[in-house]
Ligand binder design. Structure first.
Ligand code: PBG
Length: 345
């Protein structure tokens, strides 16, 4: 008898086991599920990252990020109109800079009319009411794809900070509403704050990519901005080790002391524990960046019919809110906004 090893437990009813507590009571009807729902996702939580490229009327598909396009500044303005109609509060812009404009030091960041600033001007002229968050880092502008100035195999911290602080001021001058440094150099927040204040932009907030991890999830982004083949080595000397959580607290504490107004965790979903910890510890406006690799993984699995892409998208966005986020940078923003406008799933 193959069941002979099973010993019958002494009979106890489920009510005896649970003490009459039945957690399923509140789950039985849609109305009561709605009533006890702890977390809500709304369009106000969404920030849409878009990719800029040179030219006019240019719209190029990004192979590694199905459904996404690089757009020229004039079409970025159209994207902004679409976002504003959907009620998306803000865009984040990332430039794909032509190779002949790049150099070892990323000097293009100090050009007033560089691609990211032209993008900001075009968007602001067409849709003044939408927020624009500009990424401050050298990687779109360097021939080696690093976020800092590279000399003899070393990323120079202080020289990089001076370079990006100058770039941040030009971004604010072009109309950026929030400056978002993503380079992870030491002292960058304070230096950017000083530079903004000294140039009449004391009312422009800084969203610090406070904890940016040395992650493999950024792969598709590097194709999107055209740095995929350029990067020499890795970014482990300036991004945080994915193994570290206390260090994320120290880094955030430092950025806040230097004047960051908002903090961000990047990547998103694999780092929900960090989001929760930082929200509990600092109670600051806290954001997550659901990065390119996260986007592409969901798209790829959905395209194969292995997951329901829309439901997974909404579940991930809700998970960020539950973990403590005030908002999410996500390439899904317009799609999620459309779904939310229809009343959700
Ligand atoms: C670099 C930067 C990165 C991303 C945005 N700015 C990371 C990198 O290339 O190392 C990643 C965004 C994404 O993956 O969606 N300053």
């Amino acid at each position: 008898n193959k069941h002979s090893s099973f010993s019958q437990p002494s009979p106890r009813s489920v009510d005896e086991i649970t003490g009459s507590r039945r957690l399923r009571r509140m789950r039985k009807a849609p109305w009561s599920r709605r009533l006890v729902q702890e977390t809500q996702l709304t369009v106000n939580d969404l920030i849409w990252p878009i990719f800029l490229t040179e030219g006019t009327n240019v719209r190029e598909p990004i192979a590694a990020m199905p459904g996404l396009f690089r757009v020229s500044p004039d079409l970025a303005a159209k994207e902004a109109e679409r976002a504003a109609k959907l009620g998306i509060p803000a865009l984040a812009t990332f430039p794909n800079v032509a190779f002949d404009l790049k150099d070892e030091a990323g000097s293009q960041i100090r050009e007033r009319e560089n691609l990211i600033n032209r993008g900001t001007r075009a968007i602001k002229a067409a849709v003044p009411e939408i927020g624009i968050i500009t990424d401050v880092a050298l990687d779109p502008f360097t021939t080696h794809g690093h976020d800092g100035i590279l000399r003899d195999g070393i990323i120079l911290n202080d020289e990089t900070v001076a370079q990006i602080a100058h770039g941040a001021v030009l971004q604010a001058e072009a109309g950026a509403d929030i400056i978002a440094p993503s380079d992870m150099m030491d002292g960058r927040i304070g230096a950017i704050r000083d530079a903004l204040d000294a140039n009449g932009f004391s009312d422009v907030p800084i969203m610090s990519y406070a904890t940016k991890f040395a992650s493999a999830y950024y792969g598709p982004y590097r194709e999107a901005i055209g740095t995929a083949g350029l990067l020499k080595g890795d970014k482990k000397t300036y991004y945080i080790d994915p193994a570290n959580s206390d260090e994320a607290v120290r880094e955030t504490e430092q950025d806040l002391a230097e004047g960051a107004d908002m903090i961000m965790v990047k990547p998103g979903l694999p780092y929900l524990d960090i989001i929760r910890r930082l929200k509990d510890e600092f109670a600051m406006p806290t954001f997550a960046y659901q990065v390119s690799g996260e986007y592409s993984m969901i798209r790829a699995a959905a395209a194969n019919g292995w997951i329901d892409g829309e439901r997974v998208m909404m579940e991930t966005l809700l998970a960020f809110k539950r973990a403590g986020c005030d908002g999410i940078l996500t390439y899904f923003a317009p799609e999620a906004a459309e779904l939310l406008a229809k009343g959700g799933l």
